[in-house]
Design a binder for this molecule. Structure first.
Ligand SMILES: *[C@@H]1O[C@H](CO)[C@@H](O)[C@H](O)[C@H]1NC(C)=O
Ligand SMILES: *[C@@H]1O[C@H](CO)[C@@H](O)[C@H](O)[C@H]1NC(C)=O
Ligand SMILES: *[C@@H]1O[C@H](CO)[C@@H](O)[C@H](O)[C@H]1NC(C)=O
Ligand SMILES: *[C@@H]1O[C@H](CO)[C@@H](O)[C@H](O)[C@H]1NC(C)=O
Ligand SMILES: *[C@@H]1O[C@H](CO)[C@@H](O)[C@H](O)[C@H]1NC(C)=O
Length: 360
C-alpha cells in the first residue's frame, strides 16, 4: 500500500512539475479530482493485450462514468442524407473519388436546411485526395467503410502556413493540405460504425526520410477555427504526420477512437489539440510513432504574437501503446506551445511503456 501510494505521489509530482516547465508562457495546470484517476494503476492491465482487449477492459467494465462529451450538443438526426455512391464514387480502392466527395458536399451545402445533412460512406475502399468538409454535416462511415488517402502528393493542394507557426512545421513556407479538412466550420460530426480513415502514410514517411518533400507533411484530419465538433467511434490510421489536428478550435469532443500508426513512423502523433479550447478526449486506444496526445499552441515568436493558448482540455481513459503519452513542454519540438497552455485535466491514462508523462 505504502509503495503504491509513493509511486502515485511521485507521478503526481512529476505531473505538477510538467505544469511549470521552462516556458514563461505556460501559466498553470489546474488539477482537480479527475486527475487522481490518472495516477492509480488499474488492475488487470499488463502483459500483452490486443487493442480490443484494451477496449473491452475500458469500455466494458470501467466503473467511472465521468465524461466531458456533453460539451458538444449533437442535436437532431440530419434530415437530408445522401450516400457517396449517389455521386458516382467507386469503392474499389483504385478509383480516385475526390470529385465525388466534392460534388456530394457541394450538393449538401446547397440543399440542407439548418439541421444539416449526412454524407454516408458505405462498406468499401474509397480512395480520395484532400476533401473540405462543410458546416452542419455528419460524415458517417458504415461498418466496413474505409476512406483511403491518395498516395499522389498532387492530390493535396498546398495551403498557407498557420499564423501561429509562421511556417510549415518541417519546411519553411506553405504546407500540404490534409486528407480531411475543415476551415471555419461549426456543428460537424465525423462518426460511424468503426469505419476507418486511412492516410496511407507510407509514401509520406519515405519522402520525409529521403528528404524529397517540397512542403510540410499532411495530416489525416485538420480542423481550423471550427467549433462544436464530434469525432466518435472510428479508426484513424497511417497518418502522414500528426493524425488529428484541431487548431484554433472550440468545443471539440474526440471519443471512442482507435488511432493506429506504426511505431516507427516519423512524427505520427495521435491527437494534437493546438491553440484550442474546451477539448474533451476520452475512451481512445492510441498506438502511434510519437506522442499519443500532444497539446500545443504555436511556434516561437509566431505562437507568442498569435497568442492563442490551449486551455480547458480534459483527457481521460486513454490507452496508449505509443512511445510517449505526454504534453510537450517545448524543448524537444522547439516551442510549439508559445501561445500558452492552461487548465489541463487528466483522467485515467495508461500506456504500455514505462514513461507516462513526457517532461522537458
Ligand atoms: C460504434 O461502432 C460499433 C461498431 O464497432 C457499433 O456497433 C456501434 O453501434 C457504434 N456506436 C454508435 C453510437 O453508433
Ligand atoms: C475497429 O477497427 C479496428 C481497425 O480496423 C479493429 O482493430 C477493431 O477490432 C475494430 N473494432 C470492432 C469492435 O470491430
Ligand atoms: C523518396 O520517396 C518518394 C516517396 O516514397 C519516392 O517516390 C522517391 O522515389 C524517393 N526518392 C529517393 C531518392 O529515394
Ligand atoms: C466504442 O468503440 C468500440 C469499438 O469500435 C465499440 O465496440 C463500442 O460499441 C463503441 N461504444 C459506443 C458507445 O459506441
Ligand atoms: C506492450 O509491449 C509489449 C512489449 O514491448 C508488446 O509486445 C505488446 O504488443 C504491447 N502491447 C500493446 C497493446 O501494444
Amino acid at each position: 500500500m505504502i509503495r503504491r501510494y509513493s509511486y502515485q505521489s511521485l507521478r503526481f509530482l512529476l505531473f505538477l512539475l510538467s505544469c511549470v516547465g521552462p516556458e514563461k508562457f505556460w501559466p498553470t495546470c489546474i488539477v482537480d479530482h479527475s486527475l487522481a484517476e490518472g495516477f492509480s494503476q488499474p488492475d488487470g492491465i499488463g502483459g500483452v493485450m490486443s487493442p480490443m482487449d484494451l477496449h473491452t477492459s475500458f469500455f466494458g467494465h470501467h466503473t467511472s462514468k465521468q465524461s466531458c462529451a456533453h460539451i458538444v450538443n449533437v442535436g437532431k438526426p440530419r434530415p437530408l442524407r445522401v450516400s457517396i455512391t449517389d455521386f458516382g464514387a467507386v469503392g474499389d480502392g483504385k478509383t480516385l473519388n475526390t470529385k465525388a466527395f466534392e460534388n456530394a458536399l457541394q450538393y449538401l451545402h446547397s440543399n440542407a436546411d439548418s439541421d444539416g445533412a449526412q454524407l454516408t460512406i458505405p462498406a468499401g475502399r474509397w480512395l480520395t485526395g484532400s476533401i473540405n468538409l462543410i458546416s452542419h454535416l455528419t460524415l458517417f462511415l458504415e461498418n466496413g467503410a474505409n476512406i483511403l488517402g491518395s498516395e499522389d502528393f498532387n492530390d493535396y493542394p498546398i495551403i498557407p502556413e498557420l499564423p501561429s507557426y509562421g511556417r510549415g512545421r518541417e519546411l519553411p513556407g506553405a504546407r500540404y493540405s490534409s486528407l480531411i479538412n475543415g476551415d471555419n466550420l461549426e456543428d460537424v460530426t465525423i462518426t460511424g460504425e468503426n469505419g476507418t480513415i486511412d492516410g496511407q502514410g507510407g509514401v509520406w514517411w519515405k519522402a520525409f526520410r529521403n528528404k524529397t518533400l517540397d512542403y510540410s507533411r499532411s495530416h489525416v484530419l485538420e480542423l481550423i477555427g471550427s467549433q462544436d465538433i464530434l469525432i466518435f467511434n472510428l479508426t484513424f490510421q497511417n497518418s502522414p504526420s500528426w493524425t488529428i489536428h484541431p487548431v484554433y478550435c472550440k468545443n471539440v469532443v474526440i471519443k471512442n477512437l482507435t488511432v493506429l500508426n506504426p511505431n516507427d513512423s516519423p512524427n505520427t502523433d495521435g491527437i494534437d489539440p493546438d491553440s484550442s479550447q474546451h477539448v474533451c478526449i476520452e475512451d481512445c486506444y492510441i498506438s502511434v510513432g510519437d506522442d499519443a496526445i500532444s497539446i500545443k499552441s504555436g511556434w516561437d515568436q509566431y505562437g507568442i504574437s498569435y497568442g492563442m493558448p490551449s486551455k480547458h482540455i480534459q483527457i481521460r481513459r486513454i490507452v496508449s501503446a505509443s512511445k510517449t503519452f505526454g504534453i510537450h513542454a517545448g524543448v524537444s519540438f522547439g516551442s510549439e506551445m508559445s501561445g500558452g497552455i492552461s487548465n489541463v485535466k487528466m483522467g485515467s491514462a495508461l500506456q504500455n511503456l514505462t514513461r507516462t508523462w513526457r517532461i522537458h
